[in-house]
Design a protein around this ligand. Structure first.
Ligand code: CA
Length: 137
């Protein structure tokens, strides 16, 4: 299941860790330090999934998610929010803004991979390696 994943994260150490982990999992990582840069990358080519930090300099992760959801072209791109916040209300705001899932920092590579896989499977079943049972067909 090789996917092109856009990572929007302003902390270099975390961005690097995520990029390393994505490559290990066989994905192609596109990296952005802020939402403005991410918008330019998305304008160039649609990623299969966006890993989006909540707290970004300038345009926030929430606002970036809203912009993707407001545009017909980018409306269905899956988004997983990354955040240090674990408050229930913040989680709800994240999901409200159009995120498909939510990961609270710090997270393990295993959790990240599992959530990416689950979101990709929901959005594009044909992209996963899993055998699909087509019943009596
Ligand atoms: Ca941040």
């Amino acid at each position: 299941m090789a996917a092109t994943i856009l990572v929007v994260e302003d902390e270099p150490a975390i961005q690097e860790l995520i990029a390393f982990n994505l490559k290990q999992a066989g994905h192609h990582a596109l990296l952005a330090d802020n939402a403005e840069q991410a918008l330019r990358l998305v304008a160039n080519a649609l990623p299969d999934l966006v890993l989006l930090d909540w707290m970004l300099p300038g345009l926030s992760g929430i606002e970036f998610a809203r912009r993707l959801r407001a545009d017909k072209r980018t409306r269905t791109v899956p988004i997983i929010m990354l955040t240090a916040r674990s408050e229930e209300q913040d989680k709800l705001s994240g999901l409200d803004s159009g995120a498909d899932d939510y990961i609270t920092k710090p997270f393990s590579p295993r959790e990240l991979n599992a959530r990416i896989k689950a979101v990709l499977r929901r959005r594009a079943p044909q992209m996963t390696d899993d055998v699909v049972d087509i019943g009596g067909l």
